[in-house]
Write a protein that binds this ligand. Structure first.
Ligand code: MTE
Ligand code: MO
Length: 361
């Protein structure tokens, strides 16, 4: 089946593909290291991956928040600036959306991701703060808006323009990077070649791929991605959707397929990963009986900001038949996964404990 819009191979044992979005199959992460290999890192495209040429590419920084005129940077110039390397998780705000429907029977719109729209990579790049300073950002700047070079996004027959979303200047000057390497190699086309934004702890839409220009403004900036989308709409929320989504919440996934079969009376090493944009995950509890009894999983990584922890739990099922596996993570700030997420119409930030059906046979 042809997959419009994504360049890299998407074998069915590594990805579940829907249109120009490909989600990582968690079972394909079992036995891999801390970083998601690029060959199984999820792709979320509003349109399709453009093939850009680093030799002709440049970044333009412009707008009323600069002390002077626009400033252009070539790829070579950016790569010559002092670089930083950070392990950072990227996760789509809609990750887990499918469970609003299948587990809570809520009505939501958008790509029905299970939990595979998340990955952790080692990013190398230049701090956005460094680039903004060199471009002459003034003390009067309030918002910074990176914009992609992919095609304009059309929704309901109306163009929303190129993918772009403002960042408050405080976040832009804090820990945001303009990345040109992913896991030690140049960025792949699908992940934003030649340069993308990486915004630690925030929802994936903030991390604009195929960066072309950055507006620096003395006035607040708006785009459909912080007014119409990526807010929480619905009966439990303010009519305007409240404030645009920023930090991600706490989630967990087992590294197995729903519906897997386990032999009775054998020890199975269940594995999984948990992550939070709010604080490092410090504890994961697992239930193998549908949530009646809980046991602490063993954490395989030290708690870290902006990444995830791998965990494991030995399970020796005693009775055959259907069973339900659950994992609940808690972070260092005390945030934990609820039994139910208050629904929003666009299906963002699903953080409830997912019930994973399996069979003991
Ligand atoms: N940037 C551009 N230019 N165009 C896009 O469609 N998708 C965003 C973000 N940056 C997008 C983009 C969304 S919604 C997410 S979740 C992440 O990129 C996905 O990053 P990935 O495809 O590298 O995993
Ligand atoms: Mo996203």
């Amino acid at each position: 089946e042809p997959t419009p819009g994504i360049v890299k191979p998407l074998p069915p044992e590594l990805f579940t593909v829907r249109g120009s979005n490909a989600e990582t199959r968690f079972a394909a992460l079992r036995g891999t290291g801390y970083h998601t290999p690029v060959d199984r890192f999820f792709v979320r495209n509003h349109t399709s991956t453009p093939l850009l040429d680093a030799r002709t590419w440049s970044l333009t920084v412009w707008g009323s928040g600069l002390r002077g005129g626009p400033r252009r940077f070539s790829y070579r110039e950016l790569r010559a600036l002092p670089s930083v390397v950070h392990d950072v998780a990227l996760e789509c705000a809609g990750n887990g959306r499918n469970f609003f429907t299948t587990q809570q029977h809520d009505t939501v719109t958008g790509t029905p991701w299970t939990l595979g729209a998340v990955g952790v990579a080692r990013w190398r790049g230049v701090r956005l703060a460094e680039v903004l300073r060199r471009a002459g950002i003034g003390g009067h700047a309030v918002d910074v808006m990176p914009r992609g070079l992919d095609a304009e996004y059309v929704a309901g027959g109306v163009s929303k323009g190129r993918v772009r979303r403002p960042l408050p200047v405080a976040k832009a000057l804090d820990d945001v990077i303009l990345a040109y390497e992913m896991n030690g190699a140049p960025l792949p086309h699908d992940h934003g070649f030649p340069v993308r934004v990486v915004v630690p702890a925030w929802v994936g839409i903030a991390s604009i791929k195929w960066l072309g220009d950055i507006e620096v403004s003395a006035e607040p900036l708006y785009s459909p991605w912080n007014t119409e989308f990526y807010r929480l709409f619905g009966s439990a929320y303010p009519a305007d959707g409240g404030t645009p989504l920023t930090v991600r919440n706490v989630r967990s996934a087992f590294e197995l397929d729903h519906g897997s079969v386990f032999a009775a009376h054998r020890i199975h090493h269940l594995t999984g990963r948990s992550w939070s944009g709010l604080a490092p995950v410090t504890r994961v509890d697992v239930s193998t009986d549908g949530g009646t009894h809980w046991h602490q999983a063993r954490l395989e990584d030290l708690p870290r900001r902006n990444g995830w922890v791998r965990w494991s739990f030995p399970w020796r099922p005693r009775t055959t038949g259907p069973a339900e596996l659950l994992a609940r993570a808690t972070d260092a700030a005390g945030n934990t996964q609820p039994d139910r997420t208050v629904p929003n119409t666009q299906g963002f930030l699903f953080d409830a404990v997912v019930r994973v059906p399996v069979t003991v046979g």
